[in-house]
Design a binder for this molecule. Structure first.
Ligand code: NDP
Length: 407
């Protein structure tokens, strides 16, 4: 049972804290640290009430390598779980190298002043982690995360080669607010307003944001939703690690209400990430917008409905065309009853805990920097079934797969 340091006390951090605390046989002493200590203390109180487990808490500025390395040494942590923001990925990796600690996260690095995210910055740490004998696991949330593991599992058990991959992320939940984002508003809005890129014909093809969309009917009566093609980070690592892919696309559902608000916010300049001068102060409009929007961590109590996230994949098995759909359905109210969070935080936090479990068990402990699909998927897939994210795999005809007719 090794000590673990969890950094980030937002919606996802709360779920990771709860789920790690439920497995004392895997997770030794847990320290929850973040920029605002009171948020760590509030989560620790909830964890104590739900599981009886005491968490230590600490204040840390994760942008400060020296401060974080000191905290790692003080807690004796063997693994740092980064569920702060993508901006902190590199400083936290540096702190792990300095203090000799394994590292994992759920989202790839993004500089604060450019709305651009890619793996190159973190892949560049490969030699340093390998030389230090330390492991870094990248992208252990749901997407990226479970969707990558679904792909690796499908390649191992269902296909000889995969040709097309469509990741479909539907949030059929309703939080009852005029406008809110499911996770950190700044990161979420930067992601959905970026131009779309999908992989086809050996390279990435850029199209206008939200220009390609279609209706998608989820299984198990979750409902029919409009899904929009957009760029998502797992496409970059999956096309690298699965060279047989001919096309890879990512789709996410958005309600007309969400899109209407987003369009207005964009048009009036509230999604800008460059500073503007306001009453003598430099203010970044998107950061100000985050301050006035609902906190995603508080949406759990009002959110009803389900998420449905999965992969439609086609390829060859024994020389014959084959197609499958593999997915998880998660209920917002059930998540709230279990850990006090809505399903987006839950579907991210559970895989983060499971990735950490794999590293601590030594199964995924391999010096270097790894995307999650580079590890054996079987134990993680089995864990999903028992730790809150059960999945279903069903075979489709190639025609059903081509038209996304999964029900
Ligand atoms: P929140 O904004 O709710 O929480 C982020 C936390 O990080 C806050 O507690 C914040 O502190 C803390 N933090 C920010 N900057 C620093 C810093 N410099 N030092 C210390 N702590 C800091 O975000 P979410 O919980 O919604 O998301 C967490 C992560 O999960 C994000 O990286 C997001 O991209 C990722 N994610 C991944 C998904 C996946 O499926 N792979 C899906 C959803 C999210 P403070 O409270 O003071 O602001």
């Amino acid at each position: 049972m090794k000590p673990v340091l969890l950094i980030g006390a937002g919606g996802v951090g709360s779920v990771v804290a709860h789920k790690c605390a439920m497995l004392p046989e895997v997770f030794g002493p847990i320290t929850l640290a973040s920029r605002t200590l009171s948020k760590c203390d509030a989560i620790a109180t909830q964890v104590k009430q739900r599981s009886g487990r005491e968490l230590a808490t600490a204040q840390v500025d994760a942008d400060d390598v020296r401060q974080t390395a000191e905290l790692i040494r003080r807690t004796g942590a063997k693994l740092l779980i980064n569920v702060a923001l993508p901006y902190q990925d590199l400083t936290l990796m540096d702190a792990c190298l300095e203090a000799g600690c394994d590292y994992m996260d759920t989202a790839n690095y993004e500089p604060k002043d450019v709305a651009k995210f890619e793996y190159s910055w973190q892949w560049a740490y490969q030699d340093r982690f390998a030389a230090a004998g330390l492991t870094a696991l990248l992208g252990s949330g749901f997407d990226p995360g479970v969707t990558n593991v679904f792909t690796a599992w499908a390649l191992k058990h269902q296909f000889d080669e995969i040709h097309t991959l469509d990741i479909i992320d539907v949030n059929g939940g309703n939080h009852g607010k005029a406008f809110a984002t499911n996770f950190n508003p700044e990161i979420n809005i930067r992601e959905v307003t970026a131009p779309c890129r999908h992989y086809e014909g050996g390279g990435f093809v850029e199209t206008a944001a939200m220009s390609q969309h279609q209706a998608f009917t989820c299984p198990q009566a979750v409902g029919t939703f409009e899904i929009y093609r957009m760029y998502h980070e797992e496409l970059e690592s999956l096309v690298k690690h699965l060279p047989s892919l001919r096309r890879a696309q990512f789709w996410m559902s958005f309600s007309p209400n969400y899109l209407k608000h987003l369009e207005v916010l964009q048009n009036v300049g509230m999604t800008r990430i460059d500073p503007v001068l306001y009453q003598g102060l430099q203010i970044v409009p998107l950061q100000f917008l985050k301050a006035v929007l609902p906190d995603p961590g508080d949406l759990g109590k009002s959110t009803k409905g389900k998420t449905c996230i999965g992969n439609v994949m086609t390829g060859l098995k024994d020389g014959q065309p084959k197609a499958i759909y593999i997915y998880n359905i998660c209920d917002h109210e059930a998540c709230f009853a279990e850990v006090g969070s809505q399903a987006i935080s839950y579907t991210t936090g559970v895989p983060a805990m499971l990735g950490a479990k794999q590293i601590l068990a030594g199964e995924w402990r391999k010096p270097g920097v790894w995307n999650i699909e580079q590890h054996d998927p079987d134990a993680f897939m089995a864990d999903l079934q028992v730790h809150g994210l059960p999945w279903t795999c069903r075979e489709l005809t190639p025609a059903q797969a081509a038209s996304f007719q999964v029900v």
